[in-house]
Design a protein around this ligand. Structure first.
Ligand SMILES: [Fe+2]
Ligand SMILES: [Fe+2]
Length: 186
C-alpha cells in the first residue's frame, strides 16, 4: 500500500479508530496463532523454534487486545477481518496444488508464515514510528523484534524448500490486496 503512513496518521488521529486498529491487529495475531496451531496438529511440527513462535503470536494478540480495551474499543471485528488469514490460506493452498500433485508438506506453513511476516515487517515499524512521534503511551516495539526473528527463520526455510519466487510474489500480491481492504475498513 503506497499511502500506509497517511492511512495510519488518519487512524491514529482519533481514539476510537486507534482502538479499532489495535483490536483488529489483535484479531490478526490471534488468527496467526490459530493457523500455527493447525499446522502443528496437521503436520506435527513441534520443533522448539515453532513452539516459541506459537507463544509469541499468543502474546502479541494478548498485548494488542489489552491496548484496545484500554482505548475503549468494543469487542467485535467484522467478517472480512475475521476471515483474513483463511482467505490467504485458501489462496496459497490452491496455488501450491496447481504447481503439482504433491506439494512439500511444510510448504503451506512456511509460505503462509513468510507472507504474514513480510506484512508485519512493513506495518509494525511504520506504526511504532507514528506512536513515538505522537507520544502515545502505546508501543509495538517488542512485536517488531519478535516478528523480525520469525521472518529470518521463514526466509531460511523458504531457501531450503526452493519455492518458485514467482509463486511467492503472487501470494504476497494477494495478501497486499487483503491488507489494503483491511486497513481501509478501520
Ligand atoms: Fe505476531
Ligand atoms: Fe510472527
Amino acid at each position: 500500500m503506497r499511502d500506509l503512513g497517511l492511512r495510519l496518521d488518519a487512524i491514529l488521529s482519533t481514539r476510537s479508530s486507534t482502538g479499532k486498529l489495535f483490536l483488529s491487529l489483535a484479531h490478526l495475531e490471534k488468527q496467526g496463532h490459530a493457523k500455527l496451531l493447525k499446522f502443528k496438529r496437521v503436520q506435527g511440527i513441534t520443533d522448539a523454534e515453532f513452539l516459541e513462535h506459537l507463544t509469541d503470536e499468543a502474546r502479541h494478540a494478548h498485548q494488542l487486545k489489552k491496548d484496545a480495551e484500554g482505548l475503549g474499543a468494543d469487542a467485535t471485528v467484522d467478517h472480512f477481518t475475521r476471515s483474513y488469514l483463511t482467505r490467504l490460506e485458501v489462496f496459497i493452498l490452491r496455488k501450491l496444488r496447481a504447481q503439482g500433485p504433491r506439494p512439500q508438506p511444510r510448504a503451506p506453513y512456511v509460505l503462509m508464515t513468510y507472507v504474514i511476516e513480510k506484512r508485519a515487517e512493513a506495518l509494525y515499524p511504520a506504526l511504532e514510528a507514528r506512536l513515538r512521534k505522537l507520544r502515545k503511551p502505546l508501543s509495538v516495539e517488542q512485536i517488531i523484534q519478535d516478528e523480525a526473528q520469525h521472518l529470518r527463520s521463514m526466509e531460511a526455510e523458504l531457501g531450503d524448500l526452493r519455492i518458485d519466487p514467482a509463486l511467492i510474489q503472487e501470494c504476497r500480491a494477494f495478501e497486499a490486496r487483503l491488507f489494503e481492504k483491511f486497513i481501509l475498513r478501520i
